[in-house]
Every structure is written in C-alpha cells, then in structure tokens.
Design a protein around this ligand. Structure first.
Ligand code: NDP
Length: 280
C-alpha cells in the first residue's frame, strides 16, 4: 500500500493522511491510539498545545517508533501554537514547552492555530515563527483557520510563506474559493473534522458511493480529500477505525462520484467561524 505524499513549495513534503488527536485526553487511550496508528502504517500525527495531550502523544510516538524500528525522521509531527501565546516574545518558549511535552527536539510543522481578531499580533507572531524556522528549529511553518483576507494580510508582511492552511473542510463545506486561492499561492490545504465528527457518514450520497465501491463512508470521505489533493487527519481512538481510515490507497473515486460528493456543499460548519472566533 503506497501512501500519498504532498509536496510543499519549499521542497519538503507531508504524508497526505495523518491521525487527528483533538478531544483525546492525555491518558493511556491517547498513547495507545498514537502507537497503534504508527504500527498500522500512519506516518503523520496532528496535535496542538491546546489539546493538552502532547505528553501522551509523545509517549505514543516513542512507543510506536520502538515497536516498528522506525526513526524519528520517518514521522511527520504537527503541533500548534495557542492564542494565549501569540506575540513575538512568547512563541519560542511556547514552542519549547510543546517540544518538552512531546519529548521531541523538533516538529515537522508548527501552526498558528487561529487568526484571532488582531492582524498586527498575528504578523508579530508569524515573525517569531519565521525566526524559529530560520534557526532550523522547525522544519515547516504554517497557519490554521485563515480566510483569504487573513492570508493576504499576512503575506504582505511575511518573509516566509506558510506551507499549509489547516481548515475545516468536508463535502458539506468544500471551501472551494479558499482552496482555489491556496492553490494559486502554492499553499497546501489540510482539512480538520473531515468526518464532521461522524455526522457526514450518515449522508445518503456518501453511503451510496460507499456501497458502489465496497468501502465504508469514512473511507469515501477520506478518499475525497486525497483525490482533491487535501491533506486529511481523521481522528479515532478505536483500533479498527484507525486501520480502516488508513485503508484508502487501493481505490479512487470516479469523476462522477467526486462531483456527486462536491455537490453536497452547503457551506455548513461544525466548528467556529474564524471570522469571529476569539478562543473563548
Ligand atoms: P473527525 O471529523 O476526524 O471525527 C472524529 C470522530 O469520528 C470521532 O468520534 C471518531 O470516533 C469517529 N470516527 C473516526 N473514524 C471513524 C470511522 N471509520 N467510522 C465511524 N466513525 C469514525 O473529527 P475531529 O474534530 O477530531 O477532526 C480531526 C482532527 O483535526 C482533530 O482530531 C485535530 O487533530 C484536527 N482539528 C484541528 C482544528 C483546528 O482548528 N486546526 C479543529 C478541529 C480539529 P472514535 O475516536 O471513537 O473512533
């Protein structure tokens, strides 16, 4: 099973499928899920400072590496800077604290988690991320939940362009306009809550396509991301689902199936709108 890799404009690359860990508590279930994912073949794990589980994610990584004989460089690890640590003077210590909790000496991708409401603060925060990148402490830097106008404003001041924008995205919120902009800018799109926390798996069209292919609704949604060139990070703590969600590299959606899924768009979010989100 060959997994898909997506290249960044800077020459680095990211496995197109990773494991999400939002709302996974900092306990043995978290450690086991991450370890099981690595043993099953995942090479990409997504966490964040605000998930408060970086310690157990880190332990799962360590145990996954031990069990498989892989090296740290074989994995792609993302974490995210939380809004309370924005500002030039806070970023380095927040990053180092994340590394400490993860038990790692670098992450592959560090993201600004939300744009918030203060563009100057974001610019300042981005400059500090650029410093860490230029010092070789982070492999790649990116953003999350940025609309086009947030990116336009950032790009006016940035010396280094974000490699990725991690956004809510699924067939009910296809983000076509934003994704077209990202493509033109050579910024990779990554979707969070790709399964809508399970909600979209009940959709009749999704179930119909799954029946046509002999796949599960989750596999169809994950494959939709892969075929649309979007990096995708479904979350599961259930071993059988962790395996099921990875098992998407032996089929493709037809043009007809892709367009039926794309036609489901209704700009429906399950998470907050970045336009108004303040972190509260
Ligand atoms: P998802 O859309 O990935 O859905 C996760 C839910 O779906 C869980 O309840 C899980 O259950 C269930 N599930 C997983 N696989 C299957 C399957 N094959 N069949 C049926 N049900 C399944 O939700 P998330 O919100 O967690 O999003 C994914 C990741 O995106 C997060 O974990 C996080 O890493 C990231 N994220 C980033 C955000 C940002 O602001 N940048 C915001 C939100 C998320 P179970 O675990 O019990 O198996």
């Amino acid at each position: 099973m060959t997994q898909k890799i997506i290249e960044f404009y800077n020459g680095n690359s990211i496995p197109a499928l990773g494991l999400g860990t939002f709302r996974v508590e900092n306990n043995d279930e978290c450690r086991e899920a991450v370890k099981h994912a690595i043993i099953s073949g995942y090479r990409h794990i997504d966490t964040a400072q605000t998930y408060h589980n970086e310690e157990k994610v880190g332990q799962g990584i360590k145990e996954g590496l031990e069990a498989t004989g892989l090296n740290r460089e074989d994995l792609f690890i993302t974490t995210k800077l939380w809004m309370t640590d924005y500002g030039r003077e806070n970023v380095q210590s927040a990053y180092e604290a994340s590394l400490e909790r993860l038990g790692l000496d670098y992450v592959d991708l560090y993201l600004i988690h939300w744009p918030g409401q203060d563009k100057d603060l974001i610019t300042e925060t981005w400059k500090a991320m650029e410093d860490l990148y230029n010092e070789g402490k982070i492999k790649n830097i990116g953003v999350s939940n940025f609309h086009v106008h947030h990116l336009e404003s950032l790009l006016q001041e940035a010396s280094i362009k974000p490699v990725i924008n991690q956004i809510e995205c699924h067939p009910y919120l296809t983000q076509k306009e934003l994704r077209t902009y990202l493509e033109a800018q050579k910024i990779v799109a990554q979707s969070w809550s790709p399964l809508m926390n399970g909600q979209i798996l009940e959709d009749e069209v999704v179930k119909e396509v799954a029946n046509e292919l002999g796949k599960t609704p989750a596999q169809v949604i994950i494959r939709w991301n892969i075929d649309e060139n979007i990096v995708v990070i479904p979350k599961s703590v259930t071993p059988s689902r962790i395996e099921e969600n990875l098992n998407v590299f032996d089929f493709e959606l037809s043009e007809d199936q892709l367009s039926r899924l794309n036609a489901l768009n209704k700009d429906e979010r399950i998470g907050p709108d970045p336009e108004v989100f303040t972190g509260q």
